[in-house]
Design a protein around this ligand. Structure first.
Ligand SMILES: [Zn+2]
Length: 331
């Protein structure tokens, strides 16, 4: 018998979704799509986008939406233990939002049989890569993603670890004394995300341009172009001293972060991904070198560094697959 699940990954500008079929423990992706959510970011707006996708399942795939067994929704934010409330999702500017209630109001008549799970996006990504991708069947995995921010998903003994408050993996808010005084989006100071997350990297470059530490010309930027991590990567490859120093300092901090995580967890594999790491291979290589040098020797004997294989699909697939695991909620 085949059952169907829908997975969503709600980002800051787009909602991705995928329909998967499960037959005797084998999964197949039937369709995937992407919807812009610019200008439509209230919980009700997003719930209506989810409804729109569900309504079109039949037209797109021939499957009756009434047969959907589960909907999994990944959001870049902290989710309450009961998976009803989005405590904080900075990209969406949601704070203590009962998203489950919004989904229920939007979907209850359409998919009465479906279970629903709202998950942190990195938890969904780690679960997707574990079930479907780069980390398939590894007993333990730490997925650290450096994108706009820095987050992690953790699998130990084949189980997704969510912690006492459902917020395991908030590794971007690890504190370093050197970063004392640097403000972070979480409201605290000294977090590595405030220094080495994609948004922070852009802020540091802009600050250096404004203070004449580096010029736009040296970074290959026009007057209108917004600096990103990729212009440091390009400068590093050309041997631009500013970019070399920038990556040395950033890779030292991120290498320490990874080494400390290895010391605590001794995972079988580290999955390093996200827009900054996937777009900047020189930075990634330096982080791995630093991490291997600083992590306890005893904890690196069998470690594998792996790259994401599902990319943008990891969150949607992971969210859908979470519906198959324990802790399902009924609409
Ligand atoms: Zn923080």
């Amino acid at each position: 018998m085949t059952t169907h699940y829908l997975g969503f990954d709600i980002g800051g500008t787009h909602a991705r979704c995928a329909l998967i079929a499960e037959t005797d423990g084998q999964f197949k992706i039937l369709s995937s799509q992407k919807h812009s959510i610019r200008g439509a970011q209230t919980p009700r707006d997003i719930a209506l986008i989810v409804r729109h996708v569900v309504e079109h399942v039949h037209a797109d795939t021939g499957i009756d939406p009434q047969t959907l067994k589960g909907l999994g929704i990944a959001i870049a934010g902290q989710i309450s233990v009961d998976e009803h409330t989005v405590i904080n999702a900075p990209n969406l500017n949601w704070h203590n939002v009962d998203f489950y209630a919004a989904l229920q109001a939007s979907l209850a008549d359409l998919v009465p049989q479906a279970s629903i799970r709202i998950a942190n996006d990195l938890n969904a990504i780690a679960w997707g890569e574990y079930q479907f991708g780069a980390a398939r069947s590894l007993p333990s995995l730490l997925a650290i993603y450096v994108g706009t921010g820095i987050g992690a998903g953790l699998i130990i003994d084949h189980k997704l670890m969510v912690g006492a408050d459902n917020v395991s993996g908030e590794i971007g808010h690890t504190k370093f004394p050197e970063l004392k005084g640097i403000p972070c989006g979480c409201g605290q100071t000294g977090c590595i995300e405030g220094y080495a997350g994609g948004k922070a990297i852009e802020y540091r470059i802009l600050h250096d341009i404004q203070n004449a530490v580096v010029s736009r010309e040296e970074l290959g930027l026009t007057a209108e172009e917004h600096p990103t991590a990729r212009c440091i990567e390009a400068g590093f490859r050309k041997g631009l001293p500013y970019a070399v120093r920038f990556w040395d300092e950033t890779a030292l901090m991120l290498g320490m972060l990874v080494a400390n995580a290895i010391a605590i967890l001794n995972p079988h594999a580290l999955l390093l991904g996200g827009g900054v790491l996937e777009g900047c291979p020189s930075l990634l290589a330096k982080i791995i070198d630093n991490a291997m040098e600083m992590a306890p020797r005893s904890a690196t004997a069998h470690i594998q560094f792996i790259k994401p294989t599902l990319h943008d699909d990891a969150g949607t697939l992971g969210a859908a697959l979470l519906c198959l695991s324990a802790g399902q909620k009924q609409l």
